[in-house]
Design a protein around this ligand. Structure first.
Ligand code: SAM
Length: 240
C-alpha cells in the first residue's frame, strides 16, 4: 500500500511518520508514504498554489492546475510500475488507486471505509488549506470527498495522518501477527474493541481504595475470557 500525500506543508509529516508502528511498517516495506509538495508542481517563479476566490470573500483558495498535475503524475508513475511487474502474483487484479480530497463537507470517515481503503494499492490524499480547494478538484479529480468529523480544521494534514493510521493498522503484519488482526475484524468490516487491563492486578491510589482487574482475566480459562470479551465488546463504526 502506498500513501501519496499532496500538501503545501510537507514538514508537518516528517516527525510523525518517524515514530512507533508507522516507522516499523515503513522499514519493513509493508507501507510506503510519499509526501509531495504542491509548490513543486507550479510554474511561476513565486510557486503560487492559491488565489483569490471568484465572487469575492475572505481567504485564498488552492488552485486546480498544480493539483491536477501532481495527481496525473502519480497515476502515471503507478501505471508504469504496475506494467513493469505485471504478472507477478503480489499485485492482484482489481487493486487500485483512490484519490481523496479532504473537506469538512465530505462523507464522514469510519472504520468500514478504513477497511475498504486497506484493500487498495494506492491512496492519494489532497490536503486543503486556507478557504479550501477549487471545487473543480472535487468534481473532476477526486474519487471521494472525505471529512474526519463535523468540525473545521485549518488543513487536511491531520486528516491525512488519521487515515494513514487507521488504514495502515489494517494491513496484515503492521500490528504483528496477521491471524490476530483477522480475529478483530468483524463480519461487517468493523473493528472489534474490548476493555483491556495490564499489571498490577490491584492498584491502590489511596488508602482503602482498590481498583481491581476483573477476576475472569486472571483465571487462565480462555473460554471464559472469550465470553467476557464478547460481552464487553464494541464494534467500531462499520456503517458507511
Ligand atoms: N471551506 C472549506 C471546505 O468547505 O472544504 C474548508 C476550509 S478548511 C479551513 C481548510 C482545509 O482543511 C480544507 O480544505 C480541508 O482540506 C481541511 N479540513 C478542515 N476540516 C476538515 C474536516 N473536518 N475533515 C477533513 N478535512 C478538513
Amino acid at each position: 500500500m502506498t500513501f501519496n500525500i499532496i500538501t503545501i506543508f510537507p514538514d508537518i509529516f516528517y516527525s510523525y511518520f518517524k515514530e512507533s508502528i508507522i516507522k516499523r511498517a515503513l522499514k519493513n516495506g509493508l507501507i510506503k508514504i510519499n509526501i509531495h509538495n504542491l509548490r513543486d508542481w507550479t510554474e511561476d517563479s513565486h510557486k503560487t498554489v492559491d488565489d483569490k476566490p471568484y465572487g469575492g470573500g475572505i481567504g485564498m483558495v488552492l488552485k486546480v492546475e498544480p493539483i491536477y498535475k501532481t495527481v496525473q503524475f502519480l497515476k502515471k508513475e503507478r501505471q508504469k510500475s504496475k506494467n513493469k511487474i505485471q504478472g507477478q502474483a503480489r499485485y492482484g487484479a482489481g487493486k487500485k488507486t483512490k484519490v481523496i480530497l479532504f473537506t469538512p463537507r465530505g462523507k464522514k470517515f469510519n472504520q468500514r471505509m478504513a477497511y475498504q481503503f486497506s484493500q487498495l494499492d494506492q491512496l492519494i490524499f489532497i490536503c486543503g488549506r486556507y478557504e479550501g480547494v477549487d471545487e473543480r478538484v472535487a468534481k473532476h479529480i477526486a474519487d471521494v470527498e472525505l471529512s474526519i468529523g463535523d468540525y473545521v480544521l485549518m488543513g487536511g494534514e491531520l486528516p491525512a495522518m488519521i487515515i494513514v493510521e487507521a488504514v495502515a493498522r489494517l494491513i496484515p503484519g503492521v500490528l504483528g501477527k496477521p491471524s490476530l488482526l483477522k480475529e478483530r475484524i468483524s463480519k461487517e468490516k468493523g473493528f472489534i474493541e474490548f476493555q483491556q487491563y495490564t499489571r498490577p492486578e490491584i492498584f491502590s491510589p489511596k488508602k482503602r481504595v482498590k481498583w481491581r482487574v476483573p477476576k475472569v482475566l486472571l483465571s487462565g480459562d480462555h473460554k471464559k475470557i472469550e465470553e467476557w470479551r464478547r460481552k464487553h465488546k464494541k464494534i467500531i463504526a462499520s456503517r458507511s
